[in-house]
Design a protein around this ligand. Sequence first.
Ligand code: OFO
Length: 171
Amino acid sequence: MINEKIEKALNAQLNKEFFSSYLYLSMSSYFESKNLTGMSAWMKIQANEEHLHAMKFYAYIIQKGGRAILGAIEAPANNWKSALDAFEETYTHEKFITASIDGLVNLSLEVKDHATNNFLQWFVTEQVEEEANVTKIIDDLKMIGENSYGIFMLDRELGTRQPAPPTPAAA
Ligand code: OFO
C-alpha cells in the first residue's frame, strides 16, 4: 500500500515531468522556426527523455498500488529572445525540478518509505547530469555571443546528441 502523502506528491511530480516534456518540445519548435535544427533536435530528445521520466513515475505509482492521476498540463511559453534565453530558461526549470525531487526525497525519509527513496535516487543523479549539460551549453553560448559562425558550429554539435539508452525502470 502506498502512503497517501507520497502518492499525491508522486502524482504532482508526474505532472511536472509531463510539463517539462511539453516545454522542451515547445523549445524544439522554436529552434526549428529559427533554422537551428541541431538545437531543435537536442530539445526534441530532451522532451522525449522527460516523457520517459513521467512514465517512470506513472509505472512506479501503479506498481506501489497507487493510482496515477493525469491532470491538466500547463501551456509552456512558445517564444524566446535567443538560444541563450531558451537554454537559460531550461536551466532555471531544471533547478526547479531538482528542488522538487529533493522535496520528494525529504518526504520519503519523513514517512520512512525506503522503496520510494530508492526509486528517487535515479532522479537525484539524473538532475546532476541535466544541470551540468545545460550549464555547459549556456557557457558556450555566452562565449560565442553574436558570432553567427559560432552559433552555426554549436548548432551542429548539439545536433549530434543521441537519445539515452533505455533503463529498466523506464520500461
Ligand atoms: Fe529534466 O528532468 Fe525530468 O526529472
